[in-house]
Design a protein around this ligand. Structure first.
Ligand code: SF4
Length: 701
């Protein structure tokens, strides 16, 4: 492509779900600089350390520049023919459910849309799942149970308008730093704003909090069930809202009230005084936003946690109003875009439901597809079990590194190694996953690719190219379309640009919709190349809203058959995996300056200075109990694997549990693949792995 060296290109950061706008520029000597886009409504010019270092991560070092078959260089035609013919043959011999795609919240919406269309509409299986399953599947399930749709009710402005922000299982300061900065700036203007952090660890986010509740692992359901009972007891309910806009309150309250204060204290690990103070603050503050992230979602009771939170907001009518609502923040840059196109094994495109025959019929007619999958496919953990036991015989992995990032990662690695046919599309030539691929397809990287992403507040922004494409790399959408054509579905995959795909995606969202489904960007169905190129960030459902946030449910009308939100009956269940052999709980998470398996951020020396090596945080009491000193090298073991890590002894850690970052791989540090230690236990509803509560042992090495 032609590069205008004098022009700054408006694009978005490829890391977290805040979705910050970035201005990227190439100087005459080829040097790339980035700065925050002052006009982007997510960040207004701010960038965090990762976003600021983007220019340091775009080089050709380690790039996959040509297609490869069995480690030899191949041409595109040969590679694509092999992928298409092997998938077709596998389907012909073993049926459509013998193949699978494992995709990523790093894909752009257009890529995601086509992968989903090919698998669900033309192959006829729903075996497409995503690493977003590891990120926010419990929120999706919780939203659908309560609202009848996967709708995020509020927006970022609500965080600035709230009088109380409750952060649950969210280290916003490190994991969504610009959102944290926005809250900190709002609090500076309005010192009366209160912030409560609910997290087993005293993270950096606690530094801004008025109250830190160091909750026991997975104590959140008990906490919010207790809150619901407290609200009822203390006359803090919005009875009119409950009566007019909800169903199931009495049953939900009855279940919530089963725990008395002492039982709640035992289940949450919090004192009765702490519980009382938090409950009192929540009850007294009408403008409350509850923000939750992986500490809620990555749990064997993740969906129940989400609904326990939503129950409290419905009971107080604090939803769909400025400065009030439950608010899930997504980890990945395009987890939301993936949800919009149905890029998960249990969803259809445009927020339609795979179990609903009318929805399937609608999607099939719209796509003119031979057969739309009629049952959910395998969710991530189950998908790799399917690879291991031979149900899946051909697997295509796009833009993700499951050999390092899936729970029980050694078992996933063994499954991929034994799979008869593995295709990987990636920007890198040698990740732990790419290494095991039979066919490697070079994909364009951030800066080279073009499309859209959706952030945590439903804002769709363009990601634009400003770099020439490296080697023979191709955009993911083009690779998928080429395989679709070669499988005999040419007419449905004859796109020439991402704008055509976006227009089709928008048209499907509006197709026979008329307000019956939440996701509708049908106004963009006739977008042309020029309009797409100039597309300003907008927040669905309202087009051209720019920074003025939109809210769902302002009128109390939901997407359930009766239009009412559903209270969910939830009973706190204790999940405590520890035993004498593994007496501690391992909690996994992120650090400020690294992203996922470090394939990009690991390139920046500046980012590596913050936390230079993998570590385990341990409370001084536990350190003394196991004879561990600060900075010792320790062995951290679970029933699934072990790692060698540097001990950081700190009272910020909750006694009885340890924290380990998930980023390091063997490429960066020997024996530090943390997800190899994580048990493949999942939430029974969402299928999201429980990566924050794993029985562990720690010993001095
Ligand atoms: Fe990128 Fe997230 Fe940082 Fe914004 S907050 S610059 S989206 S990593």
């Amino acid at each position: 492509m032609e590069i205008d060296e004098a022009r700054e290109v408006r694009t978005t950061c490829p890391y977290c779900g805040v979705g910050c706008g970035v201005l990227a520029k190439i100087a005459a000597d080829g040097e790339v600089t980035v700065r925050g886009d002052p006009d982007h409504p997510a960040n207004f010019g701010r960038l965090c350390s990762k976003g600021s270092a983007l220019a340091e991560t775009i080089d050709l070092d380690g790039r996959l520049l040509h297609p490869e078959i069995d480690s030899r260089r191949a041409g595109w035609d040969e590679a694509l023919d092999l992928v298409a013919s092997t998938f077709s043959k596998t389907i012909a011999e073993h049926g459509p459910d013998a193949v699978a795609f494992y995709v990523s919240g790093q894909l752009l919406t257009e890529d995601y849309y086509l992968a989903n269309k090919l698998m669900k509409g033309f192959i006829g299986s729903a075996n497409i799942d995503t690493n977003s399953r590891l990120c926010m599947a419990s929120s999706v399930a919780g939203h659908r149970r309560a609202f009848g749709s996967d709708t995020v009710p509020g927006n970022y402005e609500d965080l600035e308008l709230a009088d109380l922000i409750v952060l649950v299982g969210s280290n916003l300061a490190w994991c969504h730093p610009v959102l944290y900065q926005r809250i900190a700036a709002a609090r500076e203007k309005r010192p009366g704003m209160k912030i409560v952090l609910v997290d087993p660890r005293r993270t950096m986010t606690a530094d801004i909090a008025d109250m830190h509740l160091a909750i026991a692992p997975d104590g959140d359901v008990a906490l919010f069930a207790g809150l619901l009972a407290y609200l009822a007891e203390h006359d803090a309910l919005d009875d009119a809202y409950i009566a007019a806009h909800t169903t199931g309150f009495a049953e939900a309250l009855s279940a919530a009230a089963e725990l008395d204060l002492a039982g709640m204290a035992a289940a949450t690990g919090l004192s009765e005084d702490e519980l009382d103070r938090f409950f009192g603050l929540f009850a007294a503050t009408a403008k409350t936003v509850t923000v939750y992230s992986q500490g809620v979602n990555q749990s064997s009771s993740g969906t129940d946690k989400v609904n326990a939170i939503i129950n409290c907001h419905l009971a107080t009518g604090r939803i769909g109003r400025p400065g009030a609502g439950p608010f899930s923040v997504t980890g990945q840059p395009n987890a939301m875009g993936g949800r919009e196109v149905g890029g998960m094994a249990n969803m259809l495109a445009a927020h339609m439901e795979i179990e609903n025959p009318q929805h399937r019929d609608r999607v099939q007619r719209f796509w003119n597809a031979p057969a739309v999958a009629d049952k959910p496919g395998l969710k991530a953990v189950e998908m790799f079990r399917g690879v291991a036991d031979g149900r899946i015989k051909a697997l295509w992995i796009m833009a993700t590194n499951p050999v390092d990032s899936m729970p029980d990662a050694d078992a996933v690695k063994a499954a991929i190694k034994a799979c008869p046919f593995v295709v990987v599309s990636d920007v890198l030539a040698d990740t732990d996953t790419v290494r095991h691929a039979h066919v490697r397809l070079p994909a364009t990287a951030w800066g080279e690719k073009d499309g859209t992403v959706t952030n945590s507040e439903r804002r769709i922004s363009r990601q634009r190219s400003f770099l020439a494409v490296s080697g023979e790399a191709r955009p993911d959408w083009q690779i998928i379309a080429e395989v679709g054509k070669r499988m005999g579905f040419g007419a449905a995959f004859s796109y020439t640009s991402p704008s055509e795909i976006f227009a089709e995606h928008a048209a499907l969202s509006g197709f026979e919709n008329d307000g019956v489904r939440d996701f509708d960007i049908g106004a963009y169905a006739d977008v042309d190349e020029e309009t797409y190129e100039a597309l300003a960030p907008f927040q669905w459902p309202a087009p051209n809203t720019l920074w003025h946030g939109t809210r769902f449910f302002a009128n109390g009308s939901y997407y359930t058959p009766d239009g009412k939100a559903r209270f969910i009956v939830i009973r706190p269940t204790a999940y405590n995996p520890i035993n004498p052999g593994y007496p501690l709980v391992m909690n996994t998470g992120r650090v400020r300056d690294q992203w996922h398996t470090m394939t990009r951020t690991g390139k920046s020396p500046r980012l590596s200075q913050h936390m230079a090596e993998p570590f385990v945080e341990i409370h001084p009491v536990d350190a003394a109990r196991f004879g561990i000193g600060d900075a010792d090298i320790v062995s951290v073991s679970t029933a699934h694997g072990h790692a060698l890590l540097r001990a950081l002894v700190t009272a910020r850690q909750r006694a009885g549990s340890v924290f380990v970052p998930m980023h390091w791989t063997d490429q960066f540090s020997a024996r530090a693949r943390i997800d190899a230690l994580v048990a493949p236990i999942t939430d029974p509803i969402s299928g999201q792995p429980a990566s924050k509560n794993v029985a562990t042992r720690i010993e001095r090495f």
